[in-house]
Design a protein around this ligand. Structure first.
Ligand code: GDP
Length: 316
């Protein structure tokens, strides 16, 4: 058990969906949270990161900062995804190690696993086969981050750990239809269909693919749990263990926003992989469990979209 109480916790990447959720959660618990905006700290500049950590002396560090984006962004800017993520994680870990930080948590994502990994995907599937080519730049950087954290454990005996979240959604999500994932895309589409009085709303693909989704507040809860209870070389999956079809998600979203028309499945759009589920037994066996059902989580995401996220995506 590693107690967070009284410790100064630096959340790097506090403006992203995950970092923001973690800051909300830590603040609610009364923890001392340290953040630094892009205008005061450039995470790609090693000297700046070292000076910041040396001056602020955080005792716990969470690396939620990353260059993220969808398939189109990865294809257009591979250097940004590989180079920037390598620098961010390397700079923060080096500075944390030099300053004697007591605990560091590095975050990746499920795209680190081989494209053909057996489902549900266990942690040991890492580096057992070729990656999905479209996001290999991001994946390689994240795999390097996991290994770097493991290397710091081995060489310096530091308590650096890594967690791999499943597909996330919630407040602060990306609602840009060109680059967003399915939940924010369908939330927007359902609202537009409702407001325009459309008879149908279009869902890409057949509706049959299976996906696992987690509300970002559940992830924040899991990260707090891991900071306090997890210390091992291996990275750990963070998922719900529950999967749903895209058709079921789309219907729940329609119900959530009050769209009463029909779902129209556009089979000219790709389904992507038929099933994507992580095996989170390692975490679940430690006693952690998600609390937010998909229905409740979607209602929360919808409320935040109306309240604040919509303003950032002015096209709606
Ligand atoms: P993936 O999990 O990497 O495949 O990423 P996505 O979240 O983009 O897509 C998940 C599934 O939702 C795929 O089968 C998509 O075809 C399907 N889907 C249905 N409607 C939409 C939509 O409007 N936008 C997106 N991004 N996916 C959609």
């Amino acid at each position: 058990m590693f107690a967070l109480a009284g410790k100064k916790i630096w959340v790097a990447g506090h403006r992203g969906m995950v970092g923001a959720a973690l800051v909300r959660r830590l603040a609610r618990d009364g923890h001392r949270v340290l953040t630094a905006g892009r205008e005061t700290l450039d995470l790609m500049r090693q000297a700046e990161v070292e000076a910041f950590v040396a001056a602020q002396r955080p005792e716990v560090v969470v690396i939620a900062a990353a260059r993220v984006g969808g398939i189109a962004a990865n294809a257009a800017r591979p250097v940004d995804f590989l180079h920037d993520n390598l620098l961010i994680e390397a700079n923060i870990m080096r500075a944390a190690a030099d300053a004697g930080v007591a605990k560091l948590l590095f975050l990746g994502s499920s795209c680190i696993y081989p494209r053909e990994a057996p489902q549900p995907i266990v942690e040991d599937a890492l580096l057992t086969g070729p990656l999905e080519a479209t996001n290999q730049w991001y994946a390689i950087a994240k795999i390097a981050g996991i290994k770097l954290a493991e290397a710091y454990r081995r060489q310096y005996g530091l308590d650096f750990i890594s967690a791999m979240p499943t597909n996330l959604y919630g407040p602060g999500d990306n609602y840009d239809l060109e680059s967003s994932h399915v939940i924010p895309a369908l939330l927007r589409k359902a609202i537009e269909a409702r407001d325009s009085g459309a008879a149908t709303m279009t869902v890409w693909g057949s509706g049959t693919p299976l996906r696992e989704f987690m509300h970002v507040d559940d992830l924040a809860d899991a990260l707090v749990f891991l900071l306090e209870h997890y210390s091992a070389d291996a990275h750990i999956n963070v998922g719900t263990g529950q999967e749903v079809t895209i058709a079921a998600v789309a219907q729940t979203i329609a119900d959530t926003v009050g769209f009463k028309g029909d779902l129209l499945f556009d089979r000219s759009r790709p389904d992507g992989t038929p099933r994507k589920l992580m095996d989170s037994q390692r975490l679940l066996a430690m006693g952690w469990a998600p609390r937010i059902s998909l229905r409740a989580g979607l209602a929360d995401a919808y409320a935040h979209f109306i309240e604040s996220d919509r303003a950032r995506f002015a096209a709606l």
